[in-house]
Design a protein around this ligand. Structure first.
Ligand SMILES: Nc1ncnc2c1ncn2[C@@H]1O[C@H](COP(=O)(O)OP(=O)(O)OP(=O)(O)O)[C@@H](O)[C@H]1O
Length: 322
């Protein structure tokens, strides 16, 4: 479905030193540097998979998505999506994919949403029947009924994002590339987009590659993650395996009926936070069940909860090892 082999994308950029003299000099003698945005990245994604694409700012995520959608011509390597070479931008390819970028507008700004959708219908040449069916479904799933008559430019960010998703899915793409689809949305907006994407994928089984800085998006939608840093792939596998490999500890949060002396925790775990009678211990992963059992047996426990450290922390650990 998606095959990427040794993908590289380098940008040649003009380097300018600060200052007027340097600016004048650069008019006659230009200095260039090569930015290796993506360097020998390989992965394959099967039909119907939802994959999270993670990495810090500037890691090369957007550049990779642009190579996969044909907006950029790779410097080296081979990319195949649905059997097509993306940068050829064949219409048979473009009709089967969609790219949604959280920070860009895909819909006509000055038109009411319903008319902006009509433009997409014309662009993709969608027949009346399938168009109606797709639109009705998307209006229902995304709660767009009240927004259809409003100009795209007056919509709130969350409303516009829901319309962007509808516009991108009217032609029922088989592969969906999402670049920060919840960027800037409040908690409710993020939840609505996540719920929609999950629901939509259950119904249609689209293949999805998703970048996001909100780990909630990734944990809610993707089982598998690709982690990139400075243009190279650092991890490709299950999110659960990533957590296990890079977080030797789990957090055991114990709520007691009354506070206990600090010495109590010796041999059980490392107290991370102590808030009166609520204590969070970092406990080696393999010992969590035994420690929870000892806590329950020996202390006046009201509640015990076991969880993994926040995924942000785990990703930081991946980069620290890299
Ligand atoms: N058109 C361009 N010309 C020159 N350099 C570029 C261009 N586009 C991106 N870069 C550089 O390539 C690198 C990778 O950028 P890219 O946008 O792919 O990262 P990203 O992982 O998507 O980051 P973010 O999370 O901040 O969106 C960065 O160093 C960036 O400055």
């Amino acid at each position: 479905m998606i095959e990427v082999r040794d993908l590289a994308k380098h940008y040649r950029v003009h380097r300018r030193q600060p200052g007027l003299a340097a600016s004048l000099r650069s008019l006659v003698r230009r200095e260039h540097v090569t930015v290796r945005a993506v360097e020998r990245v390989s992965f394959t994604i099967s039909a119907g998979e939802v994959v999270g694409f993670l990495g810090p700012n500037g890691a090369g995520k957007t550049t990779t998505l642009k190579c996969l959608t044909g907006l950029l011509h790779p410097t080296a390597g081979a990319v195949r999506v649905l059997g097509h070479t993306p940068h050829r931008r064949e219409s048979a390819f473009l009709r089967r994919i969609s790219l949604v970028m959280g920070q860009r507008n895909g819909l006509f700004w000055d038109l009411p949403a319903a008319d902006a959708f009509e433009v997409n219908r014309a662009v993709y040449g969608i027949a009346e029947g399938p168009y109606r069916a797709a639109l009705d479904e998307l209006v229902d799933l995304l709660g767009l009924a009240e927004l259809l008559g409003r100009q795209v430019r007056v919509l709130s960010l969350g409303e516009r994002m829901r319309c962007e998703l509808a516009g991108a899915l009217l032609h029922r793409p088989d592969v969906l590339f999402l670049d920060e689809p919840t960027l800037g949305l409040d908690v409710n907006g993020q939840a609505a987009v996540r719920a929609f994407l999950r629901d939509y994928n259950d119904r249609h089984g689209a293949t999805v590659l998703l970048t996001s800085h909100y780990m909630g998006d990734v944990t809610a939608l993707a089982r598998r993650v690709l982690v990139v840093d400075r243009g190279t792939l650092r991890f490709d596998g299950d999110l659960a395996a990533l957590v296990e490999a890079h977080s030797p500890h789990r957090l055991v949060r114990v709520t007691l009926r009354a506070p206990v002396p600090a010495a109590t925790w010796a041999g059980l775990g490392e107290p991370v936070t102590v808030d009166g009678a609520v204590v969070t211990l970092a406990v080696p992963r393999a010992e969590t069940a035994a420690v929870a059992g000892r806590l329950l047996a020996t202390l006046p426990v009201e509640d015990v909860a076991i969880e993994d450290p926040p995924i942000e922390e785990i990703i930081r650990a991946v980069f620290a090892h890299a």
